[in-house]
Design a protein around this ligand. Sequence first.
Ligand code: C2E
Ligand code: MG
Ligand code: MG
Ligand code: MG
Length: 281
Amino acid sequence: RAKESGRGAFCFYEPVMDEKIERTRALTSDLHGAIARGELWLAFQPIFDLATHRILSCETLLRWDSPCHGSVSPAEFIPIAEQSGLIVEIGAWVLREACRHARDWPDTVRVAVNLSPIQLLSPGLAKVLKDALDATGLAPGRLDLEVTESVLLDDIDASLAALSAINRMAVGTTLDDFGTGYSSLGYLTKFPFQTLKIDRSFITALDDNPASMAIIQTVVDLAATLGMQTVAEGIETQTQLTQLRRTRCTAVQGFLLARPMSASQVANLLADETPRMRALS
Ligand code: C2E
Ligand code: MG
Ligand code: MG
Ligand code: MG
C-alpha cells in the first residue's frame, strides 16, 4: 500500500487505521448538531438500596441514535465529544435534561449524571450546574455527579477545588469506576466524595477469583469508615448479588436488577411500588 501511494516510507497507515480515522472524522462532524436534530436521548439505570430494596437513584446514560451511523455507544462518542470540545455543550444539555426528568420523580429518588474530565475542570461548571437546577427546580440535594478517578490525578488541586465547589452547592459527588485507575486507597481520604462506585471488573471477578470478595469487602469497609456510601456496578448474576449482600455495600446496580431504560419507562417504574421490591427479593 505504501508503494501504491507513491509516498514510500511516509505512508504508515494500514487500511484499517484509515477507516478508524475516517469514522472518527464522520462521527465528529455528525455529532455537531445532533442535539438540535433530536438524535441524543437519555437512558436511566436504577440503583437499588441493598437494605430497603428501593430505588435510591437513577444513573443518566447518554444515547445517540444517528441516522447515518445507527446507535453509537457512548464509549465511542463521548471521547469524540471531548476531543472536539463538543462535550461542554452536550454535557450541559445532559445535565439540564436529567434534572428535568428527575424533578418529576418521587423526591426520595436521586439522579446521577456522568461528568467528563473536561467538564469537571471547566471554569463554567458552577454556572452550568446552577442554570440546570434553577431552570428545572430540582433540589440540588437530589443530584449526584459521577467522575472517574483518572481525571483527579491529572490536576489534583483543580479537581479538589471543583469537587468542593460542587459539594458547596449541595450537589453530591461519586467516584466512578473505582479500582480501574492508579489511585491508592489512601488517596480516597483526599477527595470529598459522598459515594464510591466499585468498578464492574471487581464484580465480574467474583465469579472465578475468591480474592475479589476480599478486595470489595476492604473497599466497602474503608469507605464506611470514611463516611462514604458504596455502590457495586455491573451486577449480572444472582450469585454476584448474594456475595455483595454479605459485604453490606450500600447499593447495587446492574443488568440483573434493571437495564438502562427510557425516561418514560423509568417514570412508570417509579410510579409503581412493586417492581423495585421484586428485583431484590
Ligand atoms: P459508566 O458511567 O461506568 O456507566 C456504566 C456502563 O455500564 C453503562 O454503559 C451501562 O449501560 C453499563 N452497565 C450497567 N450495568 C451493567 C451490567 O450489569 N453489565 C454490563 N456489562 N454493563 C452494564 P454505557 O451506557 O454504554 O456507558 C458507557 C460509559 O460512557 C459510562 O460508563 C460513562 O463513562 C460514559 N457515559 C455515558 N453517558 C455519559 C454522559 O452523559 N456524559 C459523560 N461524560 N459520559 C457518559
Ligand atoms: Mg457512571
Ligand atoms: Mg461506572
Ligand atoms: Mg464504567
